[in-house]
Design a protein around this ligand. Structure first.
Ligand code: URA
Length: 245
């Protein structure tokens, strides 16, 4: 590559990423304040359309989990749609106090269209019950809504188009606590690259909501010794929610 080629490539990358952000934000009805701030302020001053008006446009008003599901549609925003059998949106109480966010559907979830229904899911259900909840009282979803083939790790280009929908789901539910299951959930939600072993064990903040990272149930199946730490983590969640201890 020539010395001139690199900034050109960088510019193309930036334009591509801005186009993708505009497309997803537009579809979701997210306010494009990074583009319209000056116009919105000027319009407000003239007694016209304010930034608040823009936020309350008919598209942006499509709120609630059903609205997010509708926006997602028959998603083809990343290559995972080619290999998936089902899109796994998430399930549970739309007004849950507690939301669990995992990594991505596995084979069982892909087959059934429901999150955490395989072996790791059965363990998660046991954890939820041990916390004093019924599974249907909490909400369960993932960073990715489609299964990566062979259960490989989620790729940044898969997370990027999927994340706005997770953000919208969390905005719609507005839980009192979020539990991030495993590295990918913790890294994506906290924008951190610290190891899960360092992140777990204390609350972080996600948009003002206490977020507890802990080990993924699939990790616990391979490393049962880590169950003690997960129990410590979920006890902190229970205390915050006024459940049990
Ligand atoms: N692992 C996850 O992270 N999510 C699921 O839904 C199932 C297994």
């Amino acid at each position: 590559m020539t010395a001139e080629g690199e900034p050109r490539e960088e510019l193309f990358r930036l334009v591509r990423s801005l186009k993708e952000r505009l497309r997803v934000d537009g579809e979701l009805g997210r306010p494009l304040t990074y583009l319209v701030r000056e116009k919105a302020v000027a319009a407000t001053n003239e007694g016209g359309e304010s930034a608040q008006d823009l936020r309350e446009s008919p598209v942006a008003k499509k709120s609630g989990l059903d609205g997010v599901r509708e926006m997602l549609g028959d998603c083809r925003r990343c290559p995972l749609h080619r290999t998936r059998h089902s899109l796994v949106f998430g399930e549970g109480n739309p007004e849950a106090d507690l939301v669990f966010v995992g990594e991505a559907p596995g084979a069982d979830e892909d087959a059934q269209g429901r999150p955490f229904v395989g072996r790791a899911g059965q363990l998660l259900t046991k954890i939820i019950v041990a916390m004093g909840f019924k599974r249907e009282e909490v909400y369960i979803c993932n960073i990715l809504k489609c299964r990566p083939p062979g259960n490989r790790n989620p790729q940044p280009e898969e997370i990027a188009p999927c994340e706005p929908f997770l953000i919208r789901q969390l905005e719609a539910i507005r839980p009192r606590v979020i539990c991030a299951l495993g590295t990918f959930a913790a890294h994506t939600l906290l924008k951190s690259e610290a190891p899960i072993s360092v992140l777990r064990g204390r609350f972080h903040s996600y948009q003002g909501i206490p977020l507890m990272p802990t080990y993924h149930p699939a990790y616990l199946l391979r490393n049962p010794g880590a169950k003690k730490q997960v129990w410590e983590d979920v006890q902190m969640i229970m205390k915050t929610l006024g459940n049990g201890t």
